[in-house]
Design a protein around this ligand. Structure first.
Ligand code: FES
Length: 293
């Protein structure tokens, strides 16, 4: 309700730029509407829907125009990094979370069922239409129940994330880009493998960058699990090695504009369509080898 001053004139309430406060106001208003008479509820909901439709129309037009201009695309990416803008676009279905994020959500919703049968599944990556999963407990193995659980996971993932066309189960071991037992075969430089720093140069909770002939590579050690990425932010390609690594949360925050990444998957937690570029990594004789693609 607009406030009134002593003259009885209505005054604009002070605008708040705090997303949580605004969300709380919306929630409170929606709860208040639920307590109205049915006729008043209908009017209030119609007003809400009409305003939302108006916003969606204008936002869709703005995004469409921005997408058709290279400078606009850049600006759009910056705008989507803002939590309020992202929440608004997501609410209107104008942006969608990326397939990895959606697949994670689907797995989260399937988890109670899996766990009630003693199993679990962990999404490692989604690439070229393939979801890579690691299975645990009774999801793993050759039993009928393992088959049934895998089938269930496959069905929900393919149905809810159309970009995924098949699943691939990886060994119940650390992911390929993580520190693992010394590789059996020596990386072949003729096949693009490049020797980087010694493992001891990247203690747990730290990162280091090094440069090959053409590529700057970032190595991150999270609890003795090594990951290699192109040392370039998915936002504007600027170096990430001056960023802030938060081992407790497993995140890396870009020093330039604050995009935040999951360091084990490279997934951007700020702008879901962005992703760090991972490189294969091996450890041989205590040395880190990577293959910049
Ligand atoms: S370059 Fe802009 S957030 Fe990283």
């Amino acid at each position: 309700m607009p406030a009134r001053d002593e003259t009885g004139m209505t005054q604009q309430l002070p605008a708040t730029d705090d997303l949580e406060q605004i969300a709380a106001r919306v929630d409170a208003a929606v709860a208040a509407v639920a307590g109205l008479e049915p006729a008043a509820q209908t009017v209030a909901l119609e007003l809400k829907q009409a305003i939302e439709a108006f916003h969606k129309l204008a936002l869709t037009t703005m995004v469409r125009h921005l997408k058709h201009d290279p400078r606009g695309k850049e600006l759009l990416l910056e705008l989507v990094a803002d939590p309020a803008v992202y929440a608004m676009l997501l609410m209107h279905g104008i942006v969608r979370a990326d397939p990895i994020t959606r697949a994670r959500r689907v797995l989260d919703s399937a988890r109670p069922y899996m766990q009630s049968h003693g199993g679990d599944a962990e999404l490692i990556d989604v690439r070229d239409g393939v979801a890579y999963l690691r299975l645990h407990g009774s999801c793993n193995g050759c039993s009928l129940s393992a088959f049934t659980l895998r089938k269930h996971v496959e069905e929900v993932l393919l149905r809810e994330v159309p970009e995924i066309t098949r699943l691939e189960v990886v060994n119940d071991q650390p992911a390929p880009a993580m520190l693992r037992a010394e590789a059996q075969t020596h990386p072949d430089p003729a096949k693009g493998w490049v020797q980087g720093p010694a493992v001891t140069a990247v203690p747990p909770g730290q990162m280091i960058s090094f440069t090959t002939d053409q590529t700057s590579v970032l190595i991150v050690n999270l609890e003795n699990r090594l990951s290699a990425y192109r040392n370039a932010c998915a936002h504007q390609g600027r170096p990430l090695d001056g960023g802030v690594l938060d081992p407790a949360n497993g995140t890396l925050t870009c020093p330039w504009h604050g995009f935040c990444f999951d360091v084990t998957s490279g997934e951007c937690l700020t702008a879901p369509q962005a992703q760090l570029e991972p490189f294969p990594l091996r450890v041989v004789d205590g040395m880190i080898w990577v293959r910049p693609l």
